[in-house]
Design a protein around this ligand. Structure first.
Ligand code: CP
Ligand code: NVA
Length: 317
């Protein structure tokens, strides 16, 4: 079981697979240190733009507080203000922002928008969630798992639910770091072939296993982590009723959790919908680490920001 080298985070972070397994491990180790230490002033004078087409609590606040605590500043820009792709072309927005700020974290409906932002920007662009991936979430989730379990490689993460942005990033993150990934969804809501093939390529190199099934009971057997996310992601609201019906047998509840390992963690990126993807009371279950996950967004993003905004030898000591 080994970490694999793949690429590196020079221009930003659009996909979790912009990092190698080794780099993910290094980011996590630095986040453990960041969480303990006082790094006030590290990003003094630096400015981050948050360009968000969709709502957010955790991502926005953790980036804002991270910059504030490191001595930098944030400019928050909603879609109503900027009119990304409507008032002004996506590329022009990136070119203009690059003249003012040191980094752009963007939350977009389409991955394509992020890609254009990154291509046109001369400063790093971070994916703060798009339809395809949520890499900042996956990185802080791996930090949480590492803190609780003391390792990553060899553990099994079972994801029950939709083959969405969070599932995609976790699949790639797990297969890059030697974790097994077990996934169950209803027919028609699985992880795309393209994404699962990428995961399988990484898994072949790191020695991990990927299991894709429609049976949630099969997926959680022997799991060290049981993970779920909303059935209806932002932008899919018109499919809400159809999805509630399709996913009705895929709720994570005490019974399903009891089929995983005795010391399994329960994880969810939040926001959560009680009575849909989780039973009432699950967030408060002794296995739940969801609020540690939320807190770790702050520590992990501090590391990302220092890696992207400071010269290579000054931010990650
Ligand atoms: N988990 C997460 O990204 O939450 P927000 O949508 O509130 O940022
Ligand atoms: N899959 C969810 C994640 C929210 C953090 C969404 O995209 O809405």
């Amino acid at each position: 079981m080994g970490m694999i080298y793949y690429s590196c985070m020079k221009k930003g972070l659009l996909s979790i697979s912009d990092l190698s397994g080794k780099e993910i491990e290094s980011v996590i180790e630095q986040a453990v240190v960041m969480k303990r230490g006082d790094r006030t002033g590290l990003l003094s004078g630096k400015v981050l733009a948050l360009l968000f087409e969709k709502p957010s609590l955790r991502t926005r606040v953790s980036f804002e507080v991270a910059m504030h605590q490191l001595g930098g500043h944030v400019v928050y820009l909603s879609q109503e203000e900027v009119g990304l792709g409507k008032r002004e072309s996506v590329c022009d927005v990136a070119r203009v922002l690059s003249r003012y700020v040191d980094c752009i974290a963007a939350r977009t409906f389409s991955y394509e928008t992020l890609d254009i932002l990154a291509q046109c920007s001369s400063v790093p662009v971070i994916n703060a969630l798009s339809d395809l991936e949520h890499p900042c979430q996956a990185l802080s989730d791996l930090l949480t798992i590492y803190e609780k379990k003391g390792e990553l490689a060899g553990l099994t993460l079972a994801f029950i639910g939709d083959g969405n942005n969070v599932a995609n990033s976790l699949l790639l993150a797990a297969s890059l770091t030697g974790m097994n990934f077990s996934f169950a969804s209803p027919l028609g809501y699985g992880i795309s072939d393209e994404m699962s093939n990428r995961g399988r390529e990484f898994a072949a190199l790191s020695g991990s296993r990927i299991r894709l099934t429609n049976d949630p009971f099969e997926a959680v057997a022997e799991a060290d982590i049981v993970y779920t996310d909303v059935w209806t992601s932002m932008g899919q609201e018109s499919e809400g009723e159809k999805r509630r019906i399709a996913f009705s047998g895929y709720q994570v509840n005490d019974r399903l959790l009891s089929l995983a390992k005795e010391d399994a963690l329960f994880m969810h990126p939040l926001p959560a919908h009680r009575g849909e993807e989780i039973a009432d009371g699950l967030l408060e279950n002794s296995h739940s680490v969801v609020f540690d996950q939320a807190e770790n967004r702050l520590h992990l993003q501090k590391v990302l920001l220092t890696k992207l905004l400071l010269p290579a030898d000054s931010g990650d000591k």
